[in-house]
Design a binder for this molecule. Structure first.
Ligand SMILES: Nc1ncnc2c1ncn2[C@@H]1O[C@H](COP(=O)(O)OP(=O)(O)OP(=O)(O)O)[C@@H](O)[C@H]1O
Ligand SMILES: [Mg+2]
Length: 375
């Protein structure tokens, strides 16, 4: 078969995977398909993780005898051409496999957003059937590379975005539910606590209105004064429970401190707060993100970890706020998946331009890390 025909049938075969493009199966199958059609001895995909790092082996396939591809591809990264390259230089070709077995190679660069995101490398122990490439062959190679870029770069991005959208929707629902719950709580407290006291004041005032006995009225006024103060206290307590107000007024350190105190009293779990350089007030949204993370982290510890000790560390490190919540519980199990709590923390940190990561040690505990840029 001519080179052109070979490349064309590869293009057709990849296109015919239409329905599967974007699936894990397509990603695994394609190197094998390329090897089979072009009679290559091995095919590997390399991708870059960042602009500087070079290329890293991601997927590979080789015939049963097996070729072990090199893990990174640093030195060939910069001179990489924009179009397909045929390599007939044994010295260079053999450097792609650890057993130095390749004599010829074909390299297809994969582009995304005008940049090279990775390459497909095909290797032959003898001559390659798609050697010197005519302009038409080059065009076919570019079309093949475009399809492969979709499979390996564009579709995974799309599915990541879809997943993010699903997470955001779940988060939105949770926020709405939380809001509804706290509305109900406040309305119940207002009704039960403040409403009761005000009704009692009203009844007593009515009694006083009907009385002509000045001594009796004076005596009752003392009692009324007392329960009015009680009502005021109750209103203060309810308003302080609306956390953001407290956070706004007292700042992060004091609010976290107050929450920890109440938490430890309720759960019996010892919590130590360590702060460093947390002198001045930081941006309001960062205080809220960190405070919500502490609340959720501690709730998770009580619900899932079996820990008896937690260390919360709040530090200003350079131009970042660094929050750590370290517990000494069971840690997360392999089967555990992120729920809205952890997703919410991650989402809020990402939105603030920060980072969120977990360090999990089975039977030793979980550490939540959150790094938030101050500006
Ligand atoms: N400190 C911890 N120790 C052990 N496992 C944990 C800890 N924190 C979280 N997990 C595990 O991670 C899972 C996800 O936590 P996440 O907070 O996202 O969801 P959740 O607590 O199950 O539900 P919610 O959406 O109400 O927060 C938990 O179900 C639990 O299995
Ligand atoms: Mg949770």
């Amino acid at each position: 078969m001519s080179k052109e025909k070979l490349l064309f049938s590869l293009l057709l075969d990849i296109s015919s995977m239409n329905k599967e493009i974007g699936t894990e199966r397509a990603q695994l199958e394609l190197p094998k398909l390329i090897c089979t059609l072009l009679e290559a001895d091995g095919c590997a995909l390399y991708f870059s993780k960042s602009d500087r790092d070079g290329l890293f082996l991601s997927k590979h396939y080789s015939l049963p005898k097996g070729h072990v591809f090199v893990d990174t591809w640093q030195k060939h990264w910069s001179p990489l051409s924009d179009c397909a390259v045929y390599i007939n230089n044994h010295e260079m070709a053999k450097s792609f496999a650890e057993d130095n077995s390749f004599k010829t190679c074909l390299i297809l660069p994969l582009h995304i957003g005008g940049k090279i995101a990775g390459v497909v490398l095909m290797g032959w122990k003898s001559t390659c059937p798609v050697d010197e490439l005519s302009p038409k062959d080059q065009q076919l190679c570019q079309l093949i590379a475009m399809l492969l870029s979709d499979v390996y770069c564009v579709y995974p991005l799309i599915s990541k975005l879809k997943q993010r959208e699903t997470n955001l929707a779940a988060l939105y629902r949770k926020t709405e539910d939380d809001l509804e719950t706290s509305r109900k709580k406040v309305s119940l407290e207002l009704h039960d606590e403040v409403g009761q006291v005000l009704t009692s004041i009203l009844l007593q005032l009515k009694l006083l209105q009907q009385s002509d006995d000045l001594e009796y009225v004076k005596g009752r006024l003392g009692g009324l004064h007392h329960i009015t103060l009680e009502a005021l206290d109750e209103v203060r307590r309810i308003s302080q429970n609306l956390r953001p107000n407290l956070l706004e007024k007292l700042g992060l350190q004091a609010t976290v401190g107050a929450h920890i105190k109440e938490y430890s009293e309720n759960t019996g779990i010892e919590v130590e707060l360590r702060t460093h350089n947390l002198g001045e007030r930081i941006a309001e949204n960062l205080e809220t993100i960190a405070y919500r993370a502490v609340q959720e982290g501690l709730t998770n510890v009580a619900r899932h970890s079996g820990a008896n000790k937690v260390i919360i560390s709040l530090t200003i490190k350079g131009s970042n706020l660094f929050l750590q919540i370290i517990d000494n519980g069971t840690g997360m199990k392999k089967s555990d998946v992120y729920g809205t709590g952890l997703l919410g923390m991650r989402e809020r940190s990402t939105r603030a331009g920060g980072k969120f990561w977990l360090v999990n040690k089975v039977d030793q505990g979980l550490t939540i890390n959150m790094l938030l840029p101050l500006v």
